[in-house]
Design a protein around this ligand. Structure first.
Ligand code: HEC
Length: 184
């Protein structure tokens, strides 16, 4: 009996040591703090906070969804959605695993694959620990109600502003005015 409880004690302390070794960020608050750190340095807010894409991020609605989208030729118009825990307009109904899957594979719970303008291809190599920390942090955000527009198909008419790429008219030089000559 004393032997087996001694052994149990050893197992418990070995487990404790192992946990402590891998701990950084495993437990509740640490995990959320680690997620906040990653979200800040990856700068998810550069796309997901209202106003960020026009140079005026609204800090009071941090990560609550952009009103300005991206036009991707042939694919459509994509607006970075609300990442707060609001049920109707944010990630309130997504589980931590749903968020991790979307981050690493682009796949939403409804099966749609996110446009790669959301850099999920770059996030594919996030470790389990980091991806779950990000998801836990997002789940911890207070709900803010703000439904981002779209997405809209390439042939649809978007109802909100967007950024796009302008291709030069290289094929029609005759219709362009000649370049201004420097005055001697
Ligand atoms: C370059 C801009 C950009 C950056 C940076 C970015 N995202 Fe996104 N994100 C988007 C866009 C745009 C969408 C919507 C794409 C679509 O609808 O196909 C999106 C979609 C998402 C979704 C799916 C939400 C939904 O309701 O469908 C999640 C979750 C998400 N992003 C999390 C993050 C996190 C976390 C980070 C940082 C680690 C991040 N994003 C960084 C632009 C960005």
């Amino acid at each position: 009996m004393p032997n087996s409880s001694k052994r149990l004690g050893l197992i418990a302390s070995a487990t404790g040591a192992a946990l402590a070794l891998t701990a950084c960020g495993q437990g509740g608050t640490d995990k959320i703090a680690h997620g906040k750190y990653l979200v800040d340095v990856i700068a998810c807010d550069g796309c997901h906070t209202p106003g960020a894409l026009i140079g005026k991020p609204d800090a009071s609605r941090f990560l609550a969804g952009s009103e300005v989208g991206f036009f991707i030729p042939d694919a459509g118009y994509f607006y970075a959605p609300n990442l707060t825990s609001d049920e109707a307009s944010g990630l309130g109904k997504w589980s931590e695993d749903d968020i991790v899957t979307a981050l690493r594979t682009g796949k939403r719970p409804d099966g749609r694959v996110l446009s790669p303008i959301m850099p999920w291809q770059s996030f594919a190599t996030l470790t389990d620990e980091d991806a779950h920390a990000i998801a836990a942090y997002l789940k911890s955000l207070a709900p803010i109600s703000n439904k981002a527009p779209g997405p809209f198909g390439a042939k649809e008419t978007p109802t909100a502003p967007y950024q796009g790429i302008i291709f030069p008219q290289a094929a029609a030089p005759a219709t362009n005015p000649p370049p201004a000559q420097p005055t001697p």
